[in-house]
Design a protein around this ligand. Structure first.
Ligand code: NCD
Length: 313
């Protein structure tokens, strides 16, 4: 195991493939332990983990909580209502409170891109970005990669189609960085209004139709239509969106016969994905993504708790 280069995990962008591979290998071993029922470890005994969520979350927050508890940490959940946040001041006030509490690991979700990075400069704890605005969601990309690797045996040379509301998706951004770094062929698929203007610079293929975007894909990753981040007018209606961009059995037919279907959740059934596909055990790995989420977060907490450049476990 190679010592991790940084004290924090703020983004996938810039993370060397070597560290991505190491994190996935460690996560894989935690996944096997979790499956075997040996879920208790004392790697983080005596350490304090705070989940600081300025935005709603179900699976990310609970899986960090579970991951921390399985490793023996004391876990505290702090939910802060977004509406009452006066960004700079609140964040910095929060930082001094957290420092006073001697927090070791801090998991942060925030509606503003860059908020976890700002906090990381002010706290003594190792900071993990659990989703910041439309910027990144690094542990989601890691759990997606682990899920893909378990099904396909590798990441290299796979064709992955990331479909739908790419514009507002931090999940898409982290996945694009990770999958490109691991030599996947990445396509983004969606209407022009939901594809970021700078997409051309990300080194991905851009498709505006599902037929060309999904053709011979190994992995079809659907994204939630993030209405809460839209000023309005980006999609005519949910019904129209489903007709052109919603994944159903018919659209999936052009992908490889063994293509897997992914979604980070929460799903809008009948908007970006048809229930029949989402619930088809021969194609959908959505449940496994959630399971791998716990294992990946255990691996991240374990590695960061060792400190940068340290590998003394
Ligand atoms: C994602 C998020 O919050 O970025 N959800 C998650 O963490 N599983 C995706 C989304 O909200 O659509």
């Amino acid at each position: 195991m190679v010592a991790f280069p940084s004290r924090h995990l703020l983004a996938i962008e810039g993370l060397h493939p070597l560290y991505i591979g190491e994190l996935l290998d460690l996560a894989e071993s935690y996944a096997l332990l979790n499956r075997s029922g040996q879920t208790r470890r004392d790697v983080l005994k005596g350490r304090t983990l705070i989940n600081l969520f300025f935005e709603d979350s179900t699976r990310t927050r609970t899986s960090f909580e579970l991951a921390g508890k399985r490793l023996g940490a004391d876990v505290i959940n702090m939910s802060v209502s977004n509406s009452s946040v006066n960004k700079g001041e609140t964040l910095l006030d929060t930082a001094s409170t957290l420092n006073a509490m001697k927090t070791d690991l801090l998991v942060v979700r925030h509606a503003q891109s860059g908020a976890p990075a700002l906090l990381s400069q002010k706290v003594d704890a190792a900071v993990i970005n659990a989703g910041d605005g439309t910027h990144e969601h690094p542990t989601q990309a890691l759990l997606d990669a682990l899920t893909i690797r378990r099904h396909k045996g590798r990441l290299e040379n796979l064709t992955v189609a990331i479909c739908g509301d790419v514009l507002h998706s931090r999940v898409a951004r982290s996945n694009i960085h990770l999958l490109s770094a691991m030599n996947c062929r990445v396509r983004i698929v969606g209407p022009p209004t939901l594809i970021p203007a700078a997409a051309g610079r990300l080194g991905v293929e851009i498709h505006h139709g599902m037929r060309s975007g999904l053709k011979d894909a190994d992995v079809v990753m659907m994204l939630r239509l993030q209405k809460e981040r839209m000023a309005g007018g980006l999609v005519p209606s949910a019904r129209e969106f489903f007709r052109f961009y919603g994944l159903d059995a018919e659209k999936l037919r052009v992908a490889k016969p063994d293509a897997i279907v992914m979604h980070p959740g929460p799903m809008n059934r009948g908007v970006e994905i048809d229930s029949a596909v989402a619930d088809d055990p021969s194609r959908s790995v959505i449940g496994e993504q959630v399971e791998m989420g716990v294992a990946v977060r255990m691996a991240v907490l374990d590695i960061l708790s060792r400190g940068p450049g340290r590998n003394d476990r």
